[in-house]
Unconditional design. Structure first.
Length: 391
């Protein structure tokens, strides 16, 4: 295999660490070109010591001074770059082959767009960038000739189960997007009011960053994934059936006209979709336990409850409303989740604030990245006002 150079955006996070784990198993295939971190400079320094990237990216000058000092012994040849523009630069370097987009939130949109415009093989974990800028990102992928590979486990599963040729979808009748239901699946409406950040972050199957863990608990994650699937696979929400499958063994399915349903199964371990994206169309060892059917118990399925978990419905409505509505919903949700994690609002304030911001802020046509980011900021301000009113 030829050596491919990889930029990992959000290297210090959950998906970033899993990506570096897979890469480290295949030194003959992958070389780390650039890593980015945000607040966890200690981990970023350790990752630089292990992977010796050409570039490391941090948010500002102060962080750059700190990291440079730490790297003087650990990885002296790594050049430290600072600021959001540096993220875009390392995503678009001519010597870069693969970009893993694993920053959390709308902050990942600009560097993800840069990778798409530069025609990279783009491994997309950062679902918020598609929710916020789906039209722009899909357009940039086409214009730049990028190869977009979904890393979100459900979308990776759908990608694996769809016909390989994108113009060969005639026999596909629907997509079945599976959801674990999250840690609050069985709680009553009254119990949901009292859910704490610790409970919300204790996911039964997956170990993930705190923001996506809360999204899993509210089912906003499934809502964001519904929008993500619409953009990735050119679908409408009505083409997608959300199925709650608490064991998270089936990662999603595709239904065909002849009655066939194709599913992708695996351990709930992000290294499987990450390895798939890195090696596509080949397959490589991901360090993941093989699925053991002798110990696998029942696989069960149920319908999602939109009354207890309104975020899923809000996301479908926002996608149907179109324009900047999904970006407004995402911005509200990022602010609400952050406030919930800081114990400033309750669990059920998250869907309430999301719905209120979606009502308050008028969606407009998507023009370009700056106008999208202005809309994002406007929605955040509206959310912050509602959050302050709770306290
Ligand atoms: P984490 O919170 O674990 O990691 C987020 C990464 O982004 C960290 O490297 C963090 O840096 C960095 N970061 C945070 N804020 C900013 C910012 N403003 N600018 C630049 N970088 C920033 O998240 P996850 O790894 O769990 O998730 C990453 C993305 O992948 C999300 O979009 C999530 O929805 C998606 N995803 C995650 C899955 C999972 O299993 N975890 C599964 C499917 C999708 P630092 O830590 O140094 O502050
Ligand atoms: Mg997912």
């Amino acid at each position: 295999a030829t050596l491919r150079r990889v930029t990992v955006l959000g290297a210090t996070g959950s998906v970033g660490c899993s990506t570096l784990d897979v890469i480290s198993r295949h030194p003959e295939r992958y070389q780390v070109l650039a890593l980015s971190g945000h607040s966890n400079l200690t981990r970023l320094a350790q990752q630089c010591a292990t992977h010796r990237p050409v570039y490391a990216v941090v948010p500002d000058q102060q962080a750059a001074i700190q990291l440079t000092a730490a790297l003087s012994l650990l990885s002296p040849h790594t050049e430290v770059l600072a600021g959001p523009e540096a993220l875009q630069r390392v995503a678009a370097l001519p010597e870069c082959d693969i970009v893993m987009a694993a920053i959390v939130g709308a902050a990942g949109l600009a560097p993800t767009l840069a990778a798409a415009q530069a025609g990279k093989t783009l491994l997309l974990a950062n679902k918020e960038s598609l929710v916020v800028g789906g039209a722009l990102l899909m357009q940039a992928v086409r214009a730049g000739g990028a190869t977009l590979l979904p890393i979100d486990s459900e979308h990776n599963a759908i990608f694996q189960c769809l016909p390989a040729a994108t113009d060969d979808r005639a026999g596909v009748t629907s997509v079945l997007l599976t959801a674990s239901g999250g840690p609050c699946r069985t709680l009553s409406a009254a119990e949901l009011q009292a859910v704490t950040p610790e409970q919300a972050c204790a996911h039964p199957n997956w170990s993930m960053g705190r923001k996506i863990s809360v999204d899993s608990a509210t089912l906003m994650n499934k809502g964001l994934e519904l929008i993500e699937a619409c953009w990735l696979f050119d679908l409408r929400p009505s083409d997608i059936e959300v199925v709650v499958h608490p064991q998270s063994v089936i990662h999603s399915m595709v239904r065909y006209a002849d009655g066939s349903v194709l599913a992708q199964l695996g351990e709930p371990d992000m290294r499987t979709p990450i390895a798939y994206g890195l090696a596509w169309p080949e397959r490589i060892d991901a360090g993941v336990q093989p699925l053991d059917f002798s110990t696998l118990q029942a696989l069960t399925f149920e319908a999602p409850d939109m009354d207890r978990f309104p975020c899923l419905r809000l996301a479908a409505e926002a996608f149907e409303a179109g324009e900047t509505a999904p970006a407004i919903l995402n911005a509200a949700n990022e602010e609400a989740v952050a406030a919930f994690l800081e114990h400033r609002i309750g669990f059920m304030d998250i869907p309430r604030i999301n719905a209120a911001v979606l009502d308050q802020v008028a969606a407009v046509a998507v023009r370009d990245l700056p106008s999208l980011l202005a809309m994002d900021e406007q929605a955040r301000q509206s959310a912050r006002t509602l959050i302050n009113a709770v306290e």
